[in-house]
Write a protein that binds this ligand. Structure first.
Ligand code: AKG
Length: 277
């Protein structure tokens, strides 16, 4: 079925053309000031409380209520399914307008996460998000909003510029799991790509496409966490998305029933992909 969407004038104004060019060239761009200072304070306070109260905080598929900072990189998974506030932050109209400018179609929310990433925690191996989300026909896009300035020392993201033009790299042998930190989830790693650090300050949001090869470094800072609120989105013309990200949600907060659950493992075959990442 072919779907058409009326142009959204606020999305056309939302993104400086220079940022859009960067996104097209490198596969990612950083945009300032989408969340207000008050919102960032509220996000930070909410997730400190969320963690303390034992709300669902996950590492891989396991649920943890304690942070073991030396072994685990604890994150909240899908907080928008537990909290209206987290849903509203993920549906921040400024963020959605930028996503619409990048995707060319209205965005639908598929996933939220909050990384606590305290000092001593490990990084996340190199991967492509759409290996997991299986959005089709277009790929997904992430909006990655740090609560602490994210720098090399406290474990910022690393991204391989230009890798967003690639197909999904299928791991040789058994698919590497999310828990295999520090190593690449993509094996063998395509040596033509060189991941570089992407520092992002509090008050900025990093956007990157679902084919971009990225991961993050360990947090080696003695005292500073690297907390981040993250949303993953697919475009409104998507036919399907993996089970773990289904159902998807539109700008108004409604479930969108026309997007199906993906069946099978996507480009890498059954059993290879489509998990939580
Ligand atoms: O924040 C991180 O350390 C990793 C996040 C990530 O890989 C993602 O959001 O796709």
């Amino acid at each position: 079925m072919s779907l058409s969407y009326a142009p959204n004038p606020s999305s056309a104004r939302a993104l400086d053309p220079a940022r859009l060019n960067e996104y097209r060239e490198r596969g990612y761009c950083v945009v300032d000031g989408l969340y207000s200072d008050d919102e960032l304070v509220a996000v930070e306070a909410f997730f400190e409380e969320y963690k303390k109260c034992g709300a669902a905080v996950f590492d891989g598929e396991s649920r943890f209520e304690e942070i073991d900072k030396t072994k685990r990189q604890v994150r909240a998974m899908h907080p928008h399914r537990h909290s209206r506030k987290a849903l509203d932050w993920a549906l921040n109209p400024n963020v959605l307008d930028v996503l619409e400018a990048l995707m060319g179609k209205p965005p639908l929310l598929a996933q939220t996460m909050y990384y606590f990433k305290p000092p001593g925690s490990k990084g996340q191996g190199m991967h492509q998000d759409n290996f997991y989300l299986l959005a089709k026909p277009a790929t997904c896009v992430a909006a990655w909003t740090p609560i602490d300035d994210a720098e090399v020392e406290n474990g910022c993201l690393y991204a391989a510029p230009g890798s967003h033009r690639s197909d999904i790299f299928c791991p040789e042998g058994k698919a590497a799991g999310w828990m295999e930190y520090g190593d690449s989830h993509i094996r063998p790693f395509p040596r033509e790509f060189k991941p570089i650090p992407v520092p992002v300050k509090r008050g900025q949001t990093l956007f990157f496409g679902g084919q971009l090869i990225h991961g993050s470094g360990p947090n080696r800072h003695p005292a500073r966490s690297r907390r981040t609120f993250i949303g993953h989105y697919i475009d409104a013309a998507s036919d399907e998305v993996s089970h773990y990200y289904h159902p998807v949600i539109d700008r108004e907060g409604n479930t969108v029933s026309r997007v199906r659950e993906a069946s099978g493992g996507g480009p890498c075959g059954d059993g290879a992909a489509g998990g939580l990442h």
